[in-house]
Design a protein around this ligand. Structure first.
Ligand SMILES: NC(=O)c1ccc[n+]([C@@H]2O[C@H](COP(=O)([O-])OP(=O)(O)OC[C@H]3O[C@@H](n4cnc5c(N)ncnc54)[C@H](OP(=O)(O)O)[C@@H]3O)[C@@H](O)[C@H]2O)c1
Length: 292
């Protein structure tokens, strides 16, 4: 089934359409055996990624998703049967801004009386860890948005994204480092049996959203953790070695080594450290297709 313009098909509004998650959602819906109209939101309809989506039949709409722009966001959601939204912490790294923009999108979805709001949340780490890990803003901000969305009464499907596998190919501190003898060390500040919910986001994330939308046993009131594989960091090193043909071994590094290796300012490095410690201590707290 391709994307349709038939008014009989549900209209799905996709925030972050040119990004990892939104792009994956569009791909999965386009490959569904059910027809969908899709409206993709972007700040620049002229960019190649947006033009590519338009050529596949996605209605591309130019709208900056900022609180000053609330009326335009409401207009962009209007008519949508389903809205998928994600907030983008890493673009500005400001917790309060992420929360404001997330709440704004909840309000816009409510104003549009959508049948289903699909939200890419993350766990409230500060709450689950009872204040032990209090610097993981990109999780906690999303937790605040979730609480707000639940109170709003809008029909809510939560599809959390696991940890991107691509992190381990590009992010300093998370990638294997080459040793003088040509081998590689995959070093994180957690024990080798720590399990991460790792996802091939571009391919798999949208499949979870599609399943959540299309399966009657899921839908509103459901919370899902989208993970391609829950895998220990030790096993990740083994698989990375098999795929690349390189010798890669896992080594638990000290917190200080990790903080330095990220290359990030101290506050952000601490955020990443606490996120990994949270996974080590609490595991993947949400099981697949839990009821919320
Ligand atoms: N890395 C991980 O392991 C991981 C795991 C789970 C969750 N996450 C979360 O994933 C989120 C990022 O999602 P992603 O990876 O899909 O992002 P991404 O690939 O960087 O794409 C961001 C998308 O958001 C759009 N966007 C950003 N700011 C916007 C604004 N002000 N107005 C309109 N559109 C805007 C961009 O659109 P245009 O550029 O076209 O305007 C783009 O489509 C982050 O909040 C992060 O915490 C990450």
């Amino acid at each position: 089934m391709t994307i349709t313009s038939s008014p009989a098909a549900p209209l799905v509004v996709v925030v972050g359409s040119t990004g990892n998650q939104g792009g994956s959602v569009i791909q999965a819906l386009a490959e569904s055996d059910k027809p969908y109209r899709i409206r993709g939101l972007t700040r620049n309809v002229g960019q190649p990624a947006a033009q590519n989506l338009a050529s596949q039949g996605v209605e591309m709409v130019n709208v900056p998703l900022t609180v000053e722009n609330m009326d335009a966001v409401k207009a962009a959601f209007k008519g949508g049967d389903i809205v998928f939204f994600v907030t983008n912490f890493w673009e500005h790294r400001i917790k309060s801004r992420e929360i404001e923009e997330g709440k704004m999108m909840v309000d816009a979805a409510k104003a549009a009386s959508v049948n289903l709001l699909v939200w890419s949340a993350l766990e409230p780490i500060v709450e689950i860890s009872k204040g032990k890990y209090k610097h993981v803003d990109h999780f906690d901000a999303k937790g605040d948005i979730t609480a707000y969305a639940r109170l709003s009464g809008v029909p809510l499907l939560i599809v959390q994204a696991g940890s991107y596998s691509s992190n381990h190919m590009r992010a300093p501190g998370l990638i294997p480092t080459k040793q003088p003898d040509g081998s590689y060390v995959f070093g994180l500040p957690v024990g080798p049996d720590t399990v991460l919910p790792v996802i091939d986001t571009a391919h798999d994330y949208g499949l979870f959203v599609r399943k959540g939308i299309e399966s009657p046993e899921y839908g509103a009131g459901t919370e899902v953790l989208a993970s391609s594989e829950d895998i220990s960091v030790r096993e990740m090193a083994v698989q990375l070695g098999q795929i690349t043909g390189k010798k890669i071994t896992y080594k638990q590094v000290s917190d200080e080594e990790f903080l330095a290796a990220t290359g990030e300012p101290p506050r952000i490095a601490l955020e990443l450290l606490e996120m990994l410690k949270f996974y080590e201590e609490f595991g993947c707290t949400l099981l697949f297709f839990n009821q919320c």
